[in-house]
Design a protein around this ligand. Structure first.
Ligand SMILES: [Zn+2]
Length: 256
């Protein structure tokens, strides 16, 4: 399905990938009872209305982290699941001008108007952390904390499908920021996330789906988003001071 602002592609029986104008991606995962939208693009154009055309299921939004190319739909839904360490970033980096600039940089076929950007409004934030499980009815997504790209970055694991929705936590060009986690702390996060070769797909944020790369991972075919730079999101200085990892954030997961 295609609209002025979004393009969707069904990539699994119950998963639709949605791309925004700048190539940023989010994923609509449908269970038998409800759907979960993993990330909310930049908030230029109505993603909520677009999703309504894709599913009749009640849909909730979870953000992998609070960068402008992931958070936009939070201001439309008015409610989102997010790690507590990234809640402040929702407002510090969520201004419409910044999100508009991100989308406008990728809009080739027409000129955007500032009014296309969803305004930054108060959002009801529902905190989630390591171990939280979204039960969609027949499909479960497990939250894994992976601090690094931001302090509150989470990924979502569909253990039965062996798929991880990774946001910007793991991709071809994951960025760490000054004032954020150290490289050593990020390494601990990756140890925590380590899935020991049982992964089929790693779905992240990509600037262009055509840049997605298929590669071999532990004998399984994996699809990894090609993160090719952060555009306006990297310029905000919205990352908090360093802190030690909390108990549990460095533990390895059991094998799939
Ligand atoms: Zn990011």
């Amino acid at each position: 399905m295609k609209s002025k602002f979004f393009t969707s592609e069904k990539i699994m029986d119950n998963v639709t990938m949605i791309a925004g104008l700048a190539g940023e991606l989010c994923y609509l995962v449908e269970g038998k009872e409800k759907a979960l939208l993993v990330d909310g693009l930049s908030g230029v154009g109505s993603l909520k209305a677009f999703v309504r055309e894709l599913t009749d299921l009640p849909t909730e939004l979870v953000l992998t982290h609070s960068h402008p190319d992931h958070m936009g739909a939070a201001f439309e839904y008015g409610k989102c699941y997010i790690h507590p360490d990234d809640i402040s970033g929702l407002y510090e980096a969520g201004d419409a001008e910044r999100r508009y600039a991100f989308a406008a940089a990728g809009a080739k076929e027409f000129t955007l108007r500032m009014g296309d950007a969803v305004p930054c409004v108060p959002v009801r934030t529902l905190p989630v952390g390591d171990g939280h499980v979204f039960d969609l009815g027949g499909t479960q997504l497990e939250v894994i904390a992976v601090p690094g790209h931001t302090w509150g970055h989470i990924v979502l694991l569909d253990r039965s499908a062996r798929v991880v929705y990774s946001g910007d936590a793991v991709n071809c060009n994951t960025l760490l920021f000054l004032g954020g986690t150290s490289i050593e702390q990020y390494r601990e996060s990756l140890t925590h996330l380590e899935l020991r070769g049982g992964l089929r797909r790693l779905m992240g944020r990509s600037r262009g789906r055509q840049r997605a790369q298929a590669h071999r991972d532990g004998g399984h075919r994996a699809l990894q988003g090609d993160h090719v730079g952060d555009g306006p999101e990297g310029a905000g200085g919205f990352h908090g001071p360093q802190r030690p990892l909390r108990p549990g954030e460095g533990r390895s997961l059991p094998p799939l």
